[in-house]
Each structure stands twice: as C-alpha cells, then as structure tokens.
Ligand binder design. Structure first.
Ligand code: GDP
Ligand code: IMO
Ligand code: MG
Length: 424
C-alpha cells in the first residue's frame, strides 16, 4: 500500500485562510502541490512579524525540506511568477532548491488579461468581478485546445506558437474594440517566460507517483473555494477551474483512490469578493465591524470583501462535494466580544424552506438565522472558552465532521490543534 495524498481546500468563497494552514502543517509533508487556479489566488502567511502573500507558489515554500510543486491544473503568468520569486528572494528564500513546475501547466498571456478585462467591461453590471488576471480566458483556451503550456517554452518553435495564439486573441480583442491592448506588456512577458523555461520543469504526474511509491507525504493546496467551483459554485459567479477535491486529481494526475484526508478550511463567518449570491451577507454595522476587525480586504486586489454570518448549509454542501474528513475554523478571534452571533441553518426561497442552495435564486433567497451566544476574548491556550466550544460543537453537529484546528489570529503561532472531537 503506497502513501496517500491529503487535500486542503477552501470550503466557502475563497480567502478562508488556506495559506496560513498550509504553512502551519507543511512540516508534516514532503511535498506541497498547487492543483488549480493561478494568480487570482492570494494566500497570506504571517510569521516572525513578517507578512508574505503568495499567488502561484505553494504555501510550503518557507519550510526548509519541503518541496513545492505547481501542478498541471494551475495557470501561470510568468511575469507575476517572477515577481513572486523575487519577493521571496528579498525575504531570504531561494526557490531554486524547492520549487518544481509541471510542463503541462498552461500559460497566461498578456492578451488573456486583456480579454478578461474586455469581457468584464462588456458584461457591464452583470460582471463576475474577476480579479482580471486572465484566468477565465486562459482556461477557455485550455479546454478549447488553443492554449500554450509551460512545456511549449522548451520547444524550438515556442515563439511561433506564442505568436499564433496572440494573433487569435487579437482577432477577439478587435471584436471588443480593443486591438493591441496587450502589445506593450509583451516584451516583459517574453523575458519572464525565458526565466520560467530555465526553471526545474517536470512531468509532475510521474514525479508525484514516484514520491507516493517511496512513501513521501503530499499535501495538495487548493485555491479559491468550493462555492467558486466552475461546476458546483454559484455559477456564473465562479472561477474557471474545479476548486473541489476532485480537481486535485485532475490538477495533479493523482488517482481518486490515492486521496487520504480532505481538510476543509472555513472562516467562523463568511466573506466573498466579486459579484454573485451571498445569502448571509450583512449590509449593516455588524458586517462593517467584521470587515474592519478581520481586515477583510482582498490579498490580490485590495477590494473590500463582502461579509456575512456563517452559512451552515453551504458549509455542509462543501463537506459533501469534497468528502471533507476534517475542518479548520479560521478567524474565530474576529468575532470576539460580539454578544449576539447569528448562524444560517437554512434558506427561505419562494416561501419554501430548504437547506439547499437552489439552482435559480433570481427571485431572492432569505437566510434562516439562529441566534447563538458569543464569547469574550480568546487565548491560544486550550481549553477554548465555553462559548467558542459551543459554537464549534454546533457546527460539527450540523455538518458531521470534526473541527480539528482553530485559528485565533493571522500568525503561524496563533493556532490551536483541537483533539479530534467526537461528532455528536
Ligand atoms: P487564503 O486565500 O485562503 O489563503 O486566505 P487569504 O490569505 O486571502 O485571507 C485570509 C486573511 O486572514 C489573511 O489576511 C490572513 O493573514 C488572515 N488570517 C488567517 N487566519 C486568521 C485568523 O485566525 N485570525 C485573523 N484575525 N486573521 C487570520
Ligand atoms: P484565494 O485562493 C476569493 C473570485 C473573484 C471573482 C471570481 C472570478 O485567495 O482564496 P477570476 O479572477 O478567478 O476569474 O474571478 O472568483 N476569486 C476569489 N475570491 N479568493 C480567491 O482566491 C479568489 N480567486 C478568484 O473575486 O468573484
Ligand atoms: Mg486569498
């Protein structure tokens, strides 16, 4: 029996705190591998009084002895990738020894970014609220079989392939009345692509297979969150990849029967950036308080995040879709000293009560909220305050899996490993 690969992913709309947890648990793994998304992600790590934000590079990069792999399911913008590497270098991390890139990962071109912007502008008020990193157009080219892959950079005709794709994009940009929109970014992109070409490129499915056979421990790091999944999220207000655990199989070339634990990351409340349904959204003082105390502003775009109460049916859905085996609850400290908390236990849609997000909610959706007691201040000592334990017990009861880690602050050290609670 070979080792298995664990998966860690977002159980809400992204920004749950995945980066922090990966950094905390990375010493227990030999390899951390990203399986989807790209520079739309912003994973924040804080330790030794310093903050680092990663976009494409896995969050195990600061742990000596941990290999980090950018898998085939990821889309890479060489310019952003190079900037990340330079920022890491400035922070004293040389990635040459512990970063590998799959040849099968697709490349984001400047024209993909221009197409993303053009498409969003064209949608007007119904825009997705994309991060404008070119994610959608790049995945469209992947599934449309037009894409340029990292491995293509090693081929003698790579520049011809690049030019052919740019030409195709120029025709589309002309339709949007934006010809030449990405022209001036080309030179920098080609220079960064050259750097990428000289980095350790691997056939990552074979690399990971070998690693598992030799007993190495692998953690797959998700980006975005379950409710942004292209199939199971709040379509069309989603990202363009499979953010769920199944995406770790296709995004890394790992067979489903080799998946071990699936760790779902969620906040003690909910946030969302960009457009789309958000049943528990708070447009009041409580929402503003959470935004300010939780510093809920995007790590990638700086946009204010929409804030709301914890949505248990949505979390339960994430547990089901991903086969979550355990949960990590983040940012409990943000709710400190709030005497009145609310939690969503169902929805009212067209006068009917349900615990499922229906296909069509254009007619509106009303959350059914239950008041729960809050707690005072927190410390990173166990036991946790009774109020918080009660809150966690209610979540476990509702979703049927244990909360094994509780995060009480952004720093690596502000983390409590809970005993594996028995699910009631
Ligand atoms: P990710 O995309 O899932 O990795 O999450 P982000 O990094 O985009 O957003 C999470 C934010 O919350 C970051 O600013 C983290 O530093 C911060 N954070 C993570 N865990 C905690 C926590 O337990 N408490 C507080 N107050 N902040 C946290
Ligand atoms: P991490 O990994 C939160 C959102 C965008 C937009 C939608 C589509 O940091 O959790 P895209 O650029 O992917 O076409 O945008 O998805 N989005 C995220 N929201 N966290 C993220 O990543 C996100 N990546 C994309 O705001 O609504
Ligand atoms: Mg983020």
């Amino acid at each position: 029996m070979t080792a298995r690969m664990d998966v860690l992913l977002g159980a809400q709309w992204g920004d749950e705190g995945k980066g922090k947890v990966v950094d905390v648990i990375a010493p227990g793994y030999d390899i951390i591998a990203r399986f989807q998304g790209g520079p739309n992600a912003g994973h924040t790590l804080i330790f030794d009084g310093r903050k680092h934000v990663l976009h494409t590079i896995p969050s195990g990069i600061f742990r000596a002895g941990t290999m980090n792999l950018v898998g085939n399911g990821v889309v890479i913008d060489p310019v952003i990738f190079l900037k990340e590497i330079q920022a890491l270098k400035a922070a004293g991390v040389d990635v040459r020894d512990n970063l590998l890139i799959s040849r099968r990962a697709h490349l984001i071109l400047p024209t993909h970014r221009a197409l993303d912007a053009a498409s969003e502008a064209d949608k007007g008020t119904s825009k997705i609220g994309s991060t404008l990193k070119g994610i959608g157009p790049t995945y469209m080219d992947k599934t449309g079989r037009n894409g340029l892959r990292v491995g293509d950079l090693e081929l003698p005709d790579s520049i011809d392939r690049f030019r052919a794709l740019v030409k195709k994009h120029e025709r589309l940009l002309a339709l949007y009345d934006r010809p030449g929109a990405a022209k001036e970014a080309e030179e920098e992109w080609l220079a960064a692509a050259e750097v990428l070409r000289n980095m350790p490129l691997v056939d990552s499915e074979h690399y990971l297979d070998q690693a598992l056979r030799s007993g190495k421990r692998i953690l797959a790091e998700g980006a975005q969150g379950t409710l942004l999944d292209i199939d199971f999220g709040t379509y069309p207000f989603v990202t363009s990849s499979n953010t769920i655990s199944a995406g770790a199989c296709t995004g890394l070339g790992i067979a489903p029967n080799r998946i071990g634990k699936v760790v779902g990351i969620f906040k003690a409340y909910c946030t969302r950036v960009g457009s789309g349904p958000f049943p528990t959204e708070l447009n009041d003082a409580a929402g503003e308080r959470i935004r300010q105390v939780g510093h809920e502003f995007g790590s990638t775009t700086g946009r204010p995040r929409r804030c709301g109460w914890l949505d248990l049916p949505a979390l339960h859905y994430a547990v089901m879709i991903n086969g979550v085996t355990e949960l990590a609850m983040m940012k409990a400290d943000v709710l400190n000293n709030m005497p009145d908390l609310q939690v969503c236990t169902g929805y009212r849609v067209n006068g009917k009560t349900t615990d499922r997000l229906p296909y069509d909610i254009s007619g509106g959706i009303e959350p059914i909220l239950e008041r729960v007691d809050g707690w005072g201040d927190l410390s990173t000592d166990v036991p946790l305050p009774t109020g918080l334990e009660r809150y966690i017990a209610m979540i476990e009861r509702h979703v049927g899996v244990p909360v094994t880690l509780v995060s009480l602050g952004p720093d690596r050290a502000e983390t409590v490993h809970r005993r594996t609670a028995l699910v009631h």
